[in-house]
Design a protein around this ligand. Sequence first.
Ligand SMILES: *Cc1c(COP(=O)(O)O)cnc(C)c1O
Length: 378
Amino acid sequence: MNNYCNAYFKVDMNEVIRNYNRVKAHIGPDTEILPVLKGNCYGYGLIPMAKLYTQHCGARILANAAVCEAVQLRRAGIDCSIVVIGGIPQHLLPAVVEFDLQCPLFDAVTARRLNDLAASAGKKVKVHIKIETGMNRLGVRPGQPLDELLNLVKSLDNLEVTGVYTHFATSTADFYDPFALEQFQRFQQGVAQLREAGFDPAYIHCCNSAALTWFREAREFSTHVRSCTSILGHMSMEDGREPIGLVEPCEIGAYITNVHDIQPGESVGYSRAFIADRPMTVATLSFGFADGFYPGWMRQQGPVLVSGTRTRLLGCCMDQSFADVTGIPCQIGQKVLLVGRDGNEQITTWEIEQFCENTFEYLYGTIGNRVERIYSWV
Ligand SMILES: *Cc1c(COP(=O)(O)O)cnc(C)c1O
């Protein structure tokens, strides 16, 4: 540890590789993984995870949601195919061309603009036609709107249709969720239209982590699955069903900076947010909401491991937090775990997700740079 940080987020890189291979085994040899690196790779760290996927997992194409993250990867020397799967503000289309990014296409304005930019640069831009099937976020509806777009694209020499995709709105809800089945139908219709129009996209993708878990038909119809959650070893189904055998690869910890006793009626923190009803021992911890931790985690007294014993947080300030360490031997300077295993006790990400009633993307995607990322290869 050398970044002078008060808290850390440690990733077991070998476990991520094993998860990648577990997902691969689950989806079979005919479908590839298109790793999604959005939101700083859900807090895991953009560039190190991109390097892991390309150099150690065999990924040949990566997905970002935002152009800025794709550009960061390019500047870090990542030269494989990169597709931006999120909506792109028009002013960033020149960057798509400059940095050789693939991008979504679902509207005529963007098609013409991209084509002009590519022509000026003497390049062809690779686009993935995004089919609107029910998420109503980005996409062109199958039928006449798609036909019109495809006709336009045929007339634009500097666009190359390299992919087609859609995104499920409800695949996390249940295996064979009926709305996901409907969306898949519409997607198949869209892909059939592309083929009838003479396009033969190399990338066909619709499954996220939840869908790749259960939606065999959609997987087999596709060339790629888009995954972040599963390859990071986290739960994608809302009910925690996880048939792949994934293992969580992260540990989140901080340090005790003070230990003190308080009497009944004494309070802890701003606004006297916590008031002791009995003699207690309180530890002050070296992290706070300015580190990007989800506030409800601390404020609603989430779990924490101190000396291998499970206890609770008592509150949180901007840079410091409190834990109840009554009866737990501990001292200034020692480590505490928000997530991870210490002795026989473990706090899993899934437990925190249940506790916060939110998925880990929300809990980890906001963890900031002040929390040192440690990439462990042991
Ligand atoms: C976030 C996202 C994914 C990845 O989802 P996971 O469930 O984390 O695997 C895939 N596709 C799109 C369009 C996304 O927005």
